[in-house]
Design a protein around this ligand. Structure first.
Ligand code: SF4
Length: 118
């Protein structure tokens, strides 16, 4: 059982890593020059996906996460991102942002290294 849970968590992390790469490419946005920021946000999204069934934005405080997931406004990609390309987590940055890199990929290895998982 423990093994299955661990596998599910790894799956969510990988799913959110792939989502982030695909979504950055689709929207013409880029990851932060400091990829530890990217890694921590992806991990936060994956944790929320595991705990609440949806990748609720990890960079906000919520009184009740179940209600927020149901409302869906802050499910990633959130409404401000979809409407105005505003990602306050700095996961998806427009090219003119001072912190933007020219990178839309983060390898599984790089992600896990930042999270001290390998
Ligand atoms: Fe996703 Fe929006 Fe949070 Fe950025 S601010 S990580 S787009 S939910």
């Amino acid at each position: 059982m423990l093994y299955m849970n661990q596998e599910k968590k790894t799956d969510s992390l990988e799913a959110m890593r792939k989502f982030s790469e695909t979504y950055a490419k689709r929207t013409g946005t880029f990851f932060c020059a400091d990829t530890s920021v990217t890694a921590v946000v992806i991990e936060g999204l994956a944790k929320h996906k595991d705990q609440y069934g949806s990748p609720l934005c990890p960079c906000r405080h919520y009184e009740n996460k179940e209600i927020e997931v149901a409302v869906a406004y802050w499910n990633c990609p959130c409404v401000p991102m979809r409407e105005r390309k505003e990602c306050h987590c700095m996961l998806f940055l427009t090219p003119e942002n001072d912190f933007s890199s020219s990178n839309q990929d983060i390898s599984e290895k790089e992600l896990l290294e930042h999270l001290n998982k390998i």
